[in-house]
Design a protein around this ligand. Sequence first.
Ligand SMILES: [Zn+2]
Length: 389
Amino acid sequence: MAFPNVKAYYQAAVLTSLLSHLIKDKQPQWVVMENRAIRLFQVPNLLWLHKKNRPTTPTMPSQLALALQVWETHRTHFETGCPLSMATPIEAITYCIPTFHATPWKEKGITHLSHVCEAGKLMDFTRLRAIYDIPQTSQYSHIPLKSLLGKQSKVRMPDHRDPVEISAWEKIRISGKTSPKFKPLSDCYKVLQTYTPLHKSPQAANWHLDLETKVPEGTWKHIISSTRKLIKSAPLLEQHQKTLYRWYMVPTRIHKQYPHSSPLCWRCTQEQEQGTVMHIWWRCPQLARFWKKVHKLIKRATNTDINFEPATFLLLNFPNVAPAHKMKLICHVLLTAQKLIARSWKYTKAPNIQTLIQEIDKQLIYETYFIKTHPRPQRFLGTWELWHS
Ligand SMILES: [Zn+2]
């Protein structure tokens, strides 16, 4: 039985409240009150704007502020256009381009960005004039809009979306109506439970840059699925996810957010090395000795010589170098080593190999309980026999 994701359900409920602002007919009384509270601004206008372009509204009710905050986190799931959604009201463009005059466009029936785009592309001014008969002076608004939407006047879409696809939310905004099949709470909840696959995430692109090689899409999937098959320990799986998704804040990343903080490594303070992800996790001289000992330990315990490189030690990318029971022990050792590095975060000394051995011995206690309750314990015994020997 699948347990409900309470957080996603709560966020879906908050987002559903925003939907009431998008529907033109039968707006509940609280929507009218919220709109009155923010005076000059309309929620649909604020919604599709990016945070930096959104005007400040000091009288915003706290419930609406919360809904906009949740929306900001998850908006990429509900909108298709980039940098602007197709559902962006034409008057909202004024917040992005202060010289944009929306009135002549609205007078001719252009209410949303979708009206001036064809197949995800902004129409030429001549075509716009032919269709909507907008005045010649509107060309001064068309030029900056073209520039805003991209050099080729193409509305860029996230790579996994069809260029002309419009989300259900955008359809509602453009038409102002909901279809009977649309169930806002269930649909929102379903969308929030999906996540971006690692191979399409910015973290994967950063790993490609750091490792100076491209990890193929299939390899990312293999790394995740094979580790899940081999490791049953939740803390170790969590460690693997955190490393893959670059969860840890390294000095260079903190320095970008807080310029007063030092971007240098906290371990090798004499060398004045930049604290990048690769340095903190792999290249730091203080850590090099630890990783070499981990490599030796794996070789001694499993009689397998895995490549001494960051893709193997950090991402666990070593496809089928040994039988499954040996692979399982290798994964345990590597993830425990990563866990110890994370545990000694900001310490000047790197963890030592003795602590690693003690930590794996501790895990063995839990593994023993797991094996005892498993219907086929012989599948797991080989791994821990290797460790004892
Ligand atoms: Zn260092």
